[in-house]
Design a protein around this ligand. Structure first.
Ligand code: UGA
Length: 434
């Protein structure tokens, strides 16, 4: 099949490369000429494990193309995916749909023959109706269907998530579109991936409900972690003890500094806004957003407390800046709240992140960036782990202790074991553990 992907952000690029790998012919279109030029040369603008080889292979096999000119790509496509950004609109948190509607206008102007227009971007309920109206208005003659097909991939595990998803959700009432979508995802039938066909509005809501639920699950365990600290219990064991109940499940119960990234913060806000607009506010999500925002400040306070309530003039080494490992993405990373708060209290911050420093340099001021973990901690008064990169999991603890001025470790991801750290002579503070 011929697939056109509008937008080469995370979702567009990964989905495009994976569809090409399934055997479809895919053209990825983006207005950003510099980005397309880099992709044409085989340079991947984001850090995502395995993506460079996947793109390279499929370009070499003649199944994956990059262009700034959508004309031919849209004319010839069986399916055109809208995978552009839907950032939070300033002021009210509503998803900014201008890029989605812009893409719809463009598709309408160029499409030929029966075309399935698929929204893969995360869009509020009713956006598919609007996309359909835009296309109909511009091209009353056109034969098309607008389908919702939300994406559930995670950064850092994107290719595996796309190719081995728990489910594929497709929202459409159009029989022909149903068949096109089934053909596109046919390779997944080998793994017996469940495909859920539903109404378009239901599909749109599934995406927000999934992300909001996960954000709430993380926030729940974070609050349980706080209680654990007060009562002397261990949050990891509580998580295991509840997670083995199949109705709860073990995943997404790692307590930490609060969720971040390009999705949960934006999507919880957008769902909150939609629910309020429809006069059906979701109080659990409103609380989740509030608790998660406050948590980042709370983490900064935890660091200050570990240094006897005073960080003025002290050097704090920060290991890990990205919102999670295996990505260079700094969007809404907890580090963006924690670091400036420490600086405001008078601390000097030195930081190291395996992939996020280029991005972080634009977002954090007055931070000294180090070339590696040991360089980062040299002479510091404390080290804080904010992101659980694999390379931080087995540091040489003797070397770490020797490098630090005072052996204080604040582990916001529970990477190390409290008794081992105590045995090594560290003053060790983690999340929700005695
Ligand atoms: C999330 C969802 O997991 C994907 O299913 C979804 O497709 C994606 O958003 C999206 O809407 O595009 P992502 O933002 O890449 O994916 O990252 P996650 O792995 O979900 O992590 C999000 C945040 O939650 C991170 O800050 C992470 O550190 C935090 N987290 C996650 C925890 O604090 N504890 C956990 O147990 C799990």
């Amino acid at each position: 099949m011929r697939v056109t992907m509008i937008g080469t952000g995370y979702v567009g690029l990964v989905s495009g490369a994976c569809f090409a790998d399934f055997g479809h012919t895919v053209t990825c279109v983006d207005k950003d000429a510099a980005k397309i030029a880099r992709l044409q040369k085989g340079e991947i603008p984001i850090f995502e494990p395995g993506l460079d080889e996947l793109v390279k292979d499929n370009v070499e096999q003649g199944r994956l193309f990059f262009t700034t000119d959508p004309t031919q790509a849209i004319k010839q496509a069986d399916a055109v995916f809208i995978a552009v950004g839907t950032p939070s609109r300033r002021g009210d948190g509503h998803a900014d749909l201008s890029y989605v509607y812009g893409a719809a206008e463009e598709i309408a102007a160029l499409m030929e023959g029966y075309t399935v227009v698929v929204t893969k971007s995360t869009v509020p309920v009713g956006t598919g109706d609007e996309v359909e109206a835009i296309i109909k208005k511009k091209r009353p003659d056109a034969q098309f269907a607008v389908v919702s097909n939300p994406e559930f991939l995670r950064e850092g595990a994107a290719i595996n998530d796309f190719k081995r998803p728990d489910r594929v959700v497709v929202g459409t009432n159009d029989e022909r579109a149903h068949e096109v979508m089934r053909d596109l995802y046919r390779p997944l039938s080998l793994n017996e991936t469940p495909m859920i066909f539903t109404e378009r509005r239901t599909s749109e809501l599934i995406k927000y409900a999934a992300n909001a639920f996960l954000a709430m699950k993380i926030t729940f365990i974070n609050e349980i972690a706080d209680l654990c600290e007060e009562v002397g219990a261990n949050v990891q064991e509580v998580a295991k003890g509840i997670g083995l109940d199949n109705r709860i499940g073990r995943k997404f119960l790692n307590a930490g500094p609060g969720y971040g990234g390009s999705c949960f913060p934006k999507d919880t806000l957008a769902l909150m806004k939609t629910a309020r607009d429809y006069k059906a506010p979701i109080e659990l999500i409103e609380t989740t957003v509030r608790v998660n925002t406050a948590r980042k400040q709370k983490m900064a306070q935890k660091i200050v407390d570990a240094l006897d309530g005073n960080v003025a003039g002290k050097t704090i080494a920060v290991l890990g800046l990205t919102f999670k490992p295996n990505t260079d993405d700094m969007r809404d990373a907890p580090a963006l709240d924690i670091v400036p708060t420490l600086q405001a209290e008078g601390a000097k911050v030195r930081a190291f992140d395996p992939e996020g420093m280029t991005e972080a340099k634009h977002m954090l001021k007055d931070v000294q960036f180090a070339s590696g973990p040991y360089d980062c901690v040299q002479g510091a008064d404390a080290v804080v782990f904010i992101t659980e990169w694999d390379q931080f999991r087995a540091l040489d603890l003797d070397r770490l202790k020797d490098a630090l001025k005072t052996p204080v470790v604040i582990d916001l991801r529970n990477i190390y074991r409290p008794h081992e750290m105590a045995a090594k002579g560290f003053r060790y503070v983690s999340v929700g553990r005695p």
